[in-house]
Write a protein that binds this ligand. Structure first.
Ligand code: WQD
Length: 359
């Protein structure tokens, strides 16, 4: 009788996935990872720098396969090699602006990839799934804080967000058609920060669009100025408001979701993973400057196409049913991201960083 549970993680070499695997290994799960490396950096001889550092941090080994979800045969082959108890599905393309420019690429990768995964899971009688969803499924919220009952699928302003919504609809349908499915969808708000060791963090391979890497690149001197998109929103200081959540809090949320799945069969449940606090762009910049003692010169420009004005979570359901709450402050998020950035000025391409497992 296999005692350790095996979790299959798609997209585990990425930012959220790698941080989540640290917590899974700490919780004594056996972890099998696939990644096609489109979003992960520092790949050398077919290995991901991020996953090697996860092994350093935890002192544990990961089963890794370079597999694309669009290659259904290869995916099937990995399932044949391991007795998978549950799947956490991160693998998806996630750049908002790129998704507007290349919709077919996003629908193919995010939807066909999901379909392949669900079919291979069914072939192997594996019906336990945690899905990485996003608050973008709410579109422009009618009111904040947003609860899980808020309408989804209306005025979603980008293809990336639509793929998250469509997958959630797929999962609702399969859990209705076959009672064996036991699914949790986690709607992330804005993940920022890095593991406190500074060994893993957010290292977008492509020109990134999200705020924290931009702030950090300006602070470190790689970019001259931060452009703040919009200073005329109906918010505390006119700049956009979001619910920034520490990536380690997010990772712990996944371990809490797994525990619930293994304890209780619920067909499908959705939970917000946020802090419940709305923070403006200017407030984030000020917090970053205070924590790091760096200055972040900025200019306020026009609003960015597709941006919503305010989004922050009501996270009470996750607290009640997952026994999970976010514990890290905005200052922790800034300090941990900055440590990662200083230790890795070129992200995972940074050479001669000394790896040790004292974390
Ligand atoms: C946050 C705030 C911008 C950059 C999207 C996805 C979400 C997740 C994160 C994948 C907004 C402002 C940003 C800049 C700025 N994606 N901003 N200058 O758009 O809330 O969420 O990315 O996991 O699912 O929807 O995040 O970080 O791009 O923007 O002023 O250079 O920062 O206008 O108010 P967003 P973001």
């Amino acid at each position: 009788m296999k005692m350790t549970r095996t979790v299959f993680v798609t997209g585990g070499a990425g930012y959220i996935g790698s941080h989540c695997i640290v917590e899974l290994l700490k919780a004594d799960y056996d972890v099998v990872v696939i990644d096609n490396f489109t979003n992960s950096v520092g790949v050398c001889d077919g290995e991901s720098a991020a996953l090697k550092r996860v092994e350093e941090i935890t002192g544990k080994k990961i089963h890794f396969y370079k597999v694309d979800l669009l290659d259904k045969d290869a995916l099937y082959g990995v399932f044949q090699k391991h007795q998978i108890d549950c799947v956490i599905h991160f693998a998806a393309m996630k750049a908002v602006d790129e998704s507007i420019e290349y919709p077919l690429l996003y629908y193919k990768n995010n939807l066909i990839g999901m379909l392949n995964l669900l079919e291979v899971m069914t072939d192997h009688k594996c019906y336990q799934l945690v899905f990485s969803s996003s608050c973008t499924v709410y579109g422009e919220p009618e009111e904040c804080p947003v609860t899980e009952n808020h309408a989804t699928g209306r005025n979603i302003t980008n293809v990336y967000g639509k793929t998250k919504y469509f997958v959630e609809e797929m999962l609702q349908d399969i859990s209705y058609s076959d009672e064996k499915w036991n699914i949790i969808a986690l709607r992330y708000f804005n993940p920022v920060g890095a593991h406190p060791s500074g060994l893993i963090g957010e290292d977008p391979t492509k020109p990134f669009s999200n705020i924290m890497p931009f702030i950090s690149q300006v602070a470190i001197g790689n970019k001259p100025v931060l452009t703040i998109f919009g200073g005329d929103y109906d918010t505390v200081d006119g700049t956009g408001v979001r619910d920034y959540i520490h990536v380690m809090d997010l990772a712990r949320g996944h371990v809490a979701a797994l525990s619930l799945l293994f304890k209780k069969h619920q067909k499908i449940k959705v939970y917000n993973l946020g802090t419940g606090r709305g923070v403006s762009v200017l407030q984030l910049v000020k917090a970053f400057e205070k924590v790091t003692n760096m200055t972040v010169p900025y200019q306020i420009a026009e609003r960015r196409e597709g941006d919503i004005s305010i989004m922050y979570a009501n996270a009470e359901l996750a607290e009640k049913e997952l026994g999970w709450t976010a514990v890290h402050s905005l200052e922790d998020m800034c300090a941990d991201f900055w440590r990662w950035q200083k230790m890795n000025p070129q992200g995972y391409r940074t050479k001669d960083i000394k790896l040790n497992n004292s974390h």
